[in-house]
Write a protein that binds this ligand. Structure first.
Ligand SMILES: Cc1ncc(COP(=O)(O)O)c(C=O)c1O
Length: 399
């Protein structure tokens, strides 16, 4: 091992926290500077006509890759581990989802999608995929190996998301993958909640693992970014699809992704720790019916989480005991440290109300009371709990 090798010991599997700091970096290819330069690039010039005709260059065109895009792809690939053959970068998490689906499906195919899926994924399947002759059916996220009975002769893909980002059901990914592969279908997963740090999707049987980099990779609520990590079987079609559709990410956004990635491990550890502290506190509150958090021992998904995951992020659900809507709104309006808005994964805490009962088509969503989704950020956890305490006082006053 030498510093010029990027500090990577040969034949040693480095720990995840180390990988996020060195992944994709090669300082001595860039005059020793720690970070890869941000290449603002479209046209690439060749020194001679012969070189142009033979396309003799490491790169060919801005849209098809630069040292900046390679650094981010490689960093994510290293974090995913040896089962990852390559990564495609996309301009948002939703673009990563749609590109991954398009890369494995064609007219006449059928795809099985978890009923707990992120709603815009459902919209993409029901609108664009349907228009191009791909049929979608939705399945109970808890189906496990029971997915076998839902497979059709033309089922080419099974889309998973664990836990669901509003309802937090866990899925038995290895069991689903075993059945899907036995029937010639590929498995896709939206792995944004755990990130490749806390769930090694490709090692657990997923062929295409999707990240909204907008969330924890960015980590600062100032970036839209997506990534798809592929195993060897799925990589060529993924890359062909992304190139054919002309999808690429701007250099400054890739740089923000790289910058965010370097602190991903410390941030996620804090989100995990504070999230569990707030979730445990909420479990004890008389106003709370249940907390939806797979890392809590009482959660129905806990056994799977414990078996397959190595950590949790700061996102979970709370179901309140039945109460007037005005009281729930009073709680939310009283919170000062929890913002109200879409997305999550930044340094700041969020709290939003949600009701997915009208979206479900394969299962019923009837949690028993009004539901909130909390994102626990990097603030001091005692301040976050005190803020919720004030919110519960407002709820009681408005009951
Ligand atoms: C679970 C999940 N997947 C994907 C996305 C889409 O990511 P983006 O907003 O980067 O398109 C989101 C965004 O909220 C999400 O929550």
């Amino acid at each position: 091992m030498t510093k010029a090798d990027g500090g990577k010991p040969a034949n040693t599997e480095l720990k995840p926290d180390t990988k996020v700091t060195i992944g994709g970096r090669n300082p001595f290819a860039h005059h020793g500077y720690v970070n890869t330069p941000v290449y603002h690039a479209s046209t690439l010039l060749y020194p001679t006509a012969e070189d142009f005709l033979a396309r003799r260059n490491r790169y060919s065109y801005g849209r098809r890759g630069t040292p900046t895009s390679e650094a981010l792809e490689k960093a994510i690939q290293e974090i995913e581990g040896p089962a990852c053959a390559g990564v495609a970068l996309l301009p948002s998490g939703l673009a990563a989802i749609s590109a991954a689906l398009i890369s494995v499906l064609q007219a006449g195919d059928h795809v099985l999608v978890t009923d707990s899926v992120y709603a815009p994924t459902r919209k993409f399947c029901d609108s664009v995929l349907a228009r191009y002759g791909v049929a979608t059916s939705y399945y109970d996220p808890l189906v496990g190996s029971g997915i076998a009975s839902l497979m059709q002769p033309n089922t080419r893909a099974v889309f998973t998301e664990a836990p669901g980002s509003l309802t937090f059901e866990m899925q038995d990914i290895p069991a689903i993958a075993e059945v899907a592969h036995g029937r010639g279908a590929l498995v896709l997963m939206d792995n944004t909640w755990a990130s490749p740090l806390y769930f090694k999707a490709l090692e657990k049987g997923v062929d295409l693992s999707i990240q909204s980099g907008t969330k924890y990779i960015g980590g600062h609520s100032d970036l839209m970014l997506g990534a798809v990590s592929a195993n060897q079987e799925a990589l060529a079609r993924l890359k062909d699809t992304v190139f054919a559709m002309g999808l690429c990410v701007g250099p400054d956004d890739m740089n923000l992704g790289l910058r965010g990635l370097r602190t991903l491990a410390v941030r996620l550890a804090r989100h995990h720790q504070s999230g569990i502290a707030v979730a445990r506190w909420l479990e004890q509150r008389p106003e709370v019916l249940k907390v939806l958090h797979p890392a809590l021992p009482g959660d129905p998904g806990h056994a799977i989480w414990q078996r397959d995951f190595t950590g949790a992020c700061g996102l979970f659900g709370v179901v309140l005991k039945p109460v007037r809507q005005e009281a729930v709104l009073a709680l939310l309006n009283t919170l000062t440290l929890y913002g109200m808005g879409a997305s999550w994964g930044g340094f700041e805490s969020l709290a939003i109300p949600y009701d997915v009962s009208s979206l479900r088509t394969a299962t019923n969503w009837a949690p028993g009371g009004p539901s909130l989704r909390l994102h626990i950020g990097l603030e001091d956890v005692s301040d976050l709990i005190a803020d919720l305490e004030r919110g519960f006082a407002a709820l009681a006053a408005a009951k």
